[in-house]
Design a binder for this molecule. Structure first.
Ligand code: FES
Ligand code: FES
Length: 131
């Protein structure tokens, strides 16, 4: 299978690999799995008081396309508002990386991870508000 140069670049030089303290109230954690293959992706976002994503880290146990997708979204979400990040679609990721059809679910994993992280942030904020 031929991979695009961008997939190979993100796979060989993944951006923002790592993790943040999940107990930090400003850190949102999204952990998702792909039923199709069992791969797992963890995406963490550091979100400031204005709702701007200041930092992003990921750890992905999966194929090259899943790693490239997570690396790409960590770059895309930085500096975005939560609302803007919520609009990132797997189709944009797949298009940017020129993923072949059998690898589309890898980009869905990245979209799901963003959504899961944003949900985690909202429930954390609610829990804090309730004391
Ligand atoms: Fe095994 Fe994705 S199917 S790494
Ligand atoms: Fe399953 Fe890529 S995430 S093959």
């Amino acid at each position: 299978m031929a991979y695009s140069e961008e997939v190979i670049d993100h796979y060989e030089n993944p951006r923002n690999v790592g993790s943040m303290d999940k107990n930090d109230p400003n850190v949102a954690t999204g952990m998702v799995g792909a039923p199709a293959c069992g791969d797992v992706m963890k995406l963490q976002l550091k979100i400031n008081e204005e709702g701007i994503i200041e930092d992003a880290k990921f750890k992905t146990y999966g194929c090259g396309s899943a790693i490239a997708s997570s690396s790409l979204v960590t770059e895309w979400v930085k500096g975005k508002t939560m609302e803007e990040a919520a609009k990132i679609k797997n189709t944009q990721i797949a298009q940017e990386l020129a993923l072949p059809p059998v690898k589309i679910h890898c980009s869905i994993l990245a979209e799901d991870a963003i959504q899961a992280a944003l949900e985690d942030f909202k429930s954390k904020q609610q829990a804090l508000a309730q004391g």
